[in-house]
Design a protein around this ligand. Structure first.
Ligand code: PLP
Length: 444
């Protein structure tokens, strides 16, 4: 790691921190100053094992020189070029490489790629493509966008409208006409499931209930194949197949939000391939560039792309895009990242590590406060019993105690979420769960 010592702490006032209790943080800040491989360095010089790949995004580990060099070279060669009515070669190269990885469904591969700047932008893009598709086919009445309770699809107005986490919605307006199918978390039947839980496939039929209510006005359903931000909720066995079938029955597009699950997190390039269910549209970001550059990509099936792009010659077909769609440095980062994933076998490494990971996670079962443990690929959650009268306090305290003990974890409410870089070793998996186990013994 580079020498990062600096004589002073930054002034903390001006930066309004996202998804953070600002006053609490600024009273006792947690500052990371460097990172390499599996470890962050805390400002006090301690090494901190990265149990979360940053925010589920640094899949190939930190400080990869190949990515840094590719970005630096690109910025010196062509720092920026617009993608509106202009192009640059790397955006086409990157789309071509991604297309080779695209899930293949009944309608062929999802190999038409729309670049965005983040996961939230990917979600809003996919929702808009779904609306444009139905309109292009003469079904403009299909305008309703359906999400799932407990879903997280970023923070754009589209994303929060289909999102199912109440705190992210209640302060803001959401798009009219939206609705949600039921979530699949079921501690009574599925607590301590290893991998996919056995019960709950029938919850996919909840879409029939919404179709009975809304008729043929539904455009699309969006779900995370494995819900991440709500605390790692793997789909029940057979659930996604049944949701796919329900969408087909009713002429509704299925969107998988693979912003977290994409690029090796679950043991294959995408959860779609691993679980054998192909959506019509797929959103990605995060691991797309190993988080070295903010970027997202939407994968669309050819029928969807072709229906929209078949508009009148010479006219813009989709009035949508971002200044940074296909940013040259992002494409350079992405191409270098894909090369690392391939060379180091990281797309499938989570599948190889999964038995060790699962056993280590479930070994915490008898620790204090533990209500449930869930895992899939290199994702896991330890759900803690909320302290009486103070929901979320135990989760927060566990995160702070873990950091002090040299481990970075995430918490949502009282659920601890884990998703380390895919380069983690078996020894480091042991280290991670040993620290977490001690933390659970410590906290009140
Ligand atoms: N979709 C999912 C499934 C996510 O987990 C996230 C972020 O965690 C997003 C979308 C939003 O991504 P971003 O924060 O890059 O906008």
């Amino acid at each position: 790691m580079n020498d990062v010592t600096r004589p002073n702490r930054p002034d903390l006032a001006a930066f309004w921190m996202p998804f953070t209790a600002n006053r609490q943080f600024k009273a006792d800040p947690r500052l990371l100053v460097a990172a390499n491989g599996m470890y962050y360095r805390h400002e006090d010089g301690r090494q901190v094992l990265d149990g979360t790949s940053g925010l589920w995004c640094v899949n190939a580990g930190h400080g990869r020189p190949e990515i840094a060099e590719a970005v630096a070279r690109q910025l010196e060669t062509l720092d920026y070029a617009p993608s509106f009515q202009m192009g640059h070669p790397l955006a086409f190269d990157f789309a071509t490489e991604l297309a080779k990885l695209a899930p293949v469904g009944r309608d062929g591969p999802l190999d038409r790629i729309f670049f965005t700047g983040s996961g939230s932008e990917s979600v809003d893009t996919a929702l808009k493509i779904a609306l444009a598709y139905h309109r292009a086919r003469g079904q403009a009445q299909r305008t309703r966008l359906i999400g799932r309770e407990k879903g997280y699809h970023g923070v754009g107005f589209g994303g929060i409208s289909v999102g199912g986490l109440p705190n992210n919605r209640k302060t803001f307006l959401t798009l009219p006409g939206g609705d949600h199918i039921r979530h699949t978390l079921d501690l009574e039947r599925n607590a301590f499931s290893r991998g996919l839980p056995a019960h709950g496939a029938e919850l996919a039929d909840d879409l029939d209930r919404l179709v009975a209510l809304h008729g043929d006005t539904i455009a699309a359903v969006i779900v995370e194949p494995v819900a991440g931000s709500a605390g790692v909720l793997p789909p029940p066995v057979g659930y996604l197949e049944r949701l796919r079938a329900a969408c087909d029955r009713h002429g509704i597009l299925l969107i998988f939000d693979e912003v977290i699950t994409g690029f090796g997190r679950v043991g294959d390039v995408f959860a779609s391939g691993l679980l054998g269910v192909t959506p019509d549209l797929m959103t990605t970001a995060k691991g797309l560039t190993n988080a070295a550059f903010p970027m997202g990509a939407v994968f669309a099936s050819r029928p969807i792309h072709d229906a929209i792009v078949a508009g009148p010659e010479g006219l813009i077909e989709l009035f949508h895009g971002y200044t940074y769609s296909g940013h040259p440095a992002g494409c350079a980062a992405g191409l270098a990242t894909l090369e690392i994933y391939r060379r180091e076998g990281l797309f499938t490494r989570a599948a190889q590590l999964s038995p060790t990971w699962e056993a280590a996670a479930h070994a915490l079962k008898d620790k204090p406060h533990v209500l449930d443990i869930r895992n899939f690929g290199l994702m896991a959650a330890v759900e803690l019993k909320p302290r009486d009268g103070a929901p979320g306090a135990r989760g927060y305290e566990a995160m702070v105690a873990a950091l002090k003990a040299g481990l970075m974890v995430r918490f949502t409410g009282d659920t601890i979420a884990l998703s380390p870089p895919l380069i983690i070793t078996e020894g480091q998996i042991g280290e991670l769960f040993a620290i977490l186990g001690e933390v659970l013994e410590q906290i009140a």
